[in-house]
Design a protein around this ligand. Structure first.
Ligand code: NAP
Length: 474
């Protein structure tokens, strides 16, 4: 029987991780993209007769994934599988609480982004062995792709019934294969799976590697409502304080000021163009109806040669067309990465199949009173970075949030401000932040997020503040 896990493969995985970090470091220095991150995939399967094993091997070969057999402590004999005779399989499947023991351990599971989970169908369900496997390990944030083999029955609810056993995983819909499925059929299925890894925040470098291959700072300055000299001063103050991401939008009416502030900071020697990550957005309606023109106008108003990230500000009837137009700007080198704003699971599921370039980022309202805990893991599991707007609750709501007793208590424990606690909470959830401010003291404070960290208990206490309370309509 095969061992349950393989030390050698864990070693190579670790090696792969360090190569990846080195690439990210290079990309940041040169302002050039590294190759898009690849998901670390495990094909885990249980196979009593060898049918599921063959298909698992095809998938692992094709995806260059680790293969791992889930091995029962007591092997199933042919007599154990004589269905409808009161055999062992009949008894286990009739008992939802049955948890047949499995051999070995799998400590390196934490390193995988995606788990393809293969099993045969027994009495319309996954064998209880799979329940043992799912309950034994922590699958939080991992993408699980179930596949099953059967001679006649379909997948039924065998995949969805498993969700409750790993509720914090992101479940892909399951696929059933006939026992004689060919290698080519498995390869075609595997080729169509969305298997980009969740982006990992590097809090030492204060960046995240986007799926476009570009590094993005994980904290920045929001500039909604900043205009004229106030805007120019805020951006220059942010750059002087070490902020390296500026978020604007055509709708904010301040792209010219943003461009001017960055150009001035470059000529004053504060930063180089490649040190600053500039995000802008085009708006629904007229702008998305004529996307080529509106994107070019953003570029012209900013006057910074290229834009690091262009977002579609909201869903719109012309959003797919606008995004496809933006893809051409990426090919032309005028835009580096693309993303979406105010897009949720339902909108993403409709939108993604219609575009060629997977968005690098989704920017949505996120703060302790509106946490989007159902949306964030799904978006992250697609390898898309989540960035929160209104991180401090948004103008008009900051006072209540910054004076929340839980936040105040945690802030006092770390000798930091409430704003710093909230921003750090986001970063520890791998959510990038763009607090808005025109106050140089606040701007500096909002960058000082890396000298302390919140404990698991503190994270849970802030997580418990969620009220589903949206502070804007979109
Ligand atoms: P916010 O960041 O939640 O809150 C900004 C407010 O917080 C300002 O009144 C600011 O006042 C205050 N503040 C900032 N830092 C502080 C600190 N350290 N201590 C105390 N108060 C502090 O709301 P926002 O600026 O409206 O939103 C953030 C950014 O998200 C926007 O600027 C924009 O870039 C983006 N956004 C995007 C969308 C979208 O649809 N994609 C929608 C809304 C916003 P001071 O100026 O006095 O510091």
């Amino acid at each position: 029987m095969k061992p349950f896990f393989c030390i050698l493969s864990a070693f190579f995985l670790l090696l792969g991780l360090s190569v990846c970090s080195a690439q990210a470091a290079e990309s940041g220095d040169a302002g050039q993209p590294s190759s898009a991150p690849k998901a670390k995939i495990l094909v885990a399967y249980f196979s009593a007769t060898g049918t599921t094993r063959t298909l698992a091997e095809y998938a692992a070969d094709f995806l260059d994934a680790e293969l791992c057999e889930i091995v029962p402590e007591t092997p199933y004999t042919p007599a154990d599988l004589e269905y409808y005779t009161g055999c062992r399989a009949d008894q286990e499947q009739a008992d939802p609480a049955a948890r047949p023991a499995i051999l070995g351990d799998m400590d390196h599971l934490a390193q995988y982004d995606v788990i393809l989970l293969g099993y045969p169908i027994w009495h319309g369900q996954a064998p209880r062995m799979i329940s043992t496997f799912l309950e034994r390990y922590d699958f939080s944030g991992k993408r699980i792709v179930p596949f099953c083999t059967s001679h006649s029955s379909g997948i039924g609810s065998s995949d969805t019934d498993l969700h409750a056993l790993a509720p914090d995983a992101v479940w892909h819909s399951g696929t059933r294969f006939a026992g004689d499925t060919s290698r080519e059929e498995i390869e075609a299925w595997a080729a169509n799976l969305e298997l980009t890894p969740s982006a990992v925040f590097d809090l030492e470098r204060r960046t995240v590697l986007l799926n476009s291959g570009y590094e993005m700072p994980v904290n920045g300055l929001g500039t909604y409502s900043l205009h004229g000299d106030v805007c120019i001063d805020a951006v220059k103050s942010a750059l002087a304080s070490g902020v390296r991401l500026i978020d604007t939008a055509s709708a904010y009416g301040n792209e010219e000021e943003i461009g001017q502030a960055i150009r001035e900071a470059i000529s004053e020697g504060t930063v180089r163009r490649e040190d600053v990550f500039v995000t802008t957005k085009i708006y629904p309606g007229d702008e998305m109806e004529a996307p080529e023109q509106s994107i070019q106008s953003c570029l012209d108003r900013l006057g910074l040669e290229y834009v690091d990230l262009l977002l579609l500000h909201h869903p719109d009837r012309n959003d797919v067309r606008a995004y496809l137009a933006a893809e051409q700007f990426v090919r032309d080198g005028k835009i580096r990465s693309l993303g979406l704003s105010n897009w949720y699971v339902e909108e993403l599921e409709t939108f993604l199949p219609q575009v060629t370039v997977t968005p690098a980022l989704v920017q949505n309202e996120i703060h302790p009173y509106y946490q989007e805990n159902d949306e964030i893991p799904y978006i992250q599991s697609l390898g898309i970075v989540v960035q929160g707007w209104y991180p401090l609750g948004g103008r008009g709501h900051t006072e209540e949030l910054l004076n929340d007793p839980v936040i105040l208590e945690i802030a006092a424990a770390h000798d930091v401000s409430s704003a710093q606690v909230i921003l750090r909470w986001n970063l520890q959830k791998s959510v990038a932040v763009i607090p808005g401010s025109s106050n140089p003291e606040h701007i500096r404070e909002n960058t000082e997020l890396y000298h302390f960290s919140l404990t698991e208990e503190e994270m849970s206490r802030i997580n418990a503040l969620d009220r589903g309370e949206k502070h804007d309509w979109y």
